[in-house]
Design a protein around this ligand. Sequence first.
Ligand SMILES: *Cc1c(COP(=O)(O)O)cnc(C)c1O
Length: 373
Amino acid sequence: MNALRLARVRIDLAALRHNFGVLKSAANGAKVFPAIKADAYGHGMLACAQALRDLADGFVVATLGEAEALRKAGITQRIMVMQGFASLTEARLAARMMLEPVIHQAWQVDILEHGHTGLPLRVWLKIDTGMHRMGIEPEQVGVLYKRLMASGRLRGAPGFMTHFACADEPDPALTQRQIELFRRATEGLNGERSLSNSAGLLGGFDAGDDIVRPGIALYGGNPFVYGQAADHGLRPVMTLTTRLLAVREHPAGAAIGYGGTWICPEAMPVGIAAIGYGDGYPRRAPVGTPVLVNGQHAALIGRVSMDLITLDLRGIQAHPGDTVELWGAALPMDVVAQAIGTISYELTCAVGAHVAREYLNPAPSLLTAPAGG
Ligand SMILES: *Cc1c(COP(=O)(O)O)cnc(C)c1O
């Protein structure tokens, strides 16, 4: 994050809490563990966890390091750790911090059988039902479950989880196949079930979740390749803005930016705004990517530089110092992501790693009470 730069990210915590409420209603009584890995998709992991701590039943992160940071910040909820542990030392750390690591390969069960974790450990068994990334084969579930139960290292029965590969697509067949495989692999075994991401949850699959794990929808992103986030009542959480530095008139034929790739077709005003790939705004954003200048729709022209972008200001009232919105409250991030050929997840993650963040609307209960009051 760099406070010396002009690009700014505003995180609307009221919108985050609103979106949580939307997902909680859709969850139909299941517990909701927000996915806050990758610094909460660039929104700030600790700030988001604090903002949701009185609402969320638990949290989902990727690494033990992320979970440890949450514990150190005073987060007491359950925490699922997707990448689990790779050694007895890490398993002991997970047990000591009351974390819930995911077991995705048989060698992790060996670790528990061969060494003491100190405190008993709550674990999840991840089943590969079709994503073919992480997880044990459905046929291994019975054997590994028995070994885990016999190890004497566990707190309670292992939970069962899987991850959907295609729940964002209109055809539900693949997701239904994954749900069915999961159901068969876990039939008759005692333990919590967790399957759904945002798309699984909002897609109306009847997956039988005890715990759902939404991520992008919480941040106001559309989890589907069709439709819009607003269709589900989701509100944008991150707004990325910067300042217009200059407005210049160029004649027809003037070539704009590196490589001179964009040639002015007529005499026209060109805006220069203070953001670039040094702020995490993608260099591959093409000509025509939408941008708001003073609330008016403008288009990116030329190449994205490290600190600057150039804008077509024909027909737009604009002056140096005006606010430029790259995405957020007034310009859905999904629209921008689609223009760039990516998904909103990648946009918020990249910018969140670079740009100074300001948090709006913390929950009243989270404000610090005056000392001695
Ligand atoms: C990131 C993640 C999620 C959340 O996915 P979204 O598409 O953002 O809702 C859920 N489960 C697992 C295992 C994840 O890694």
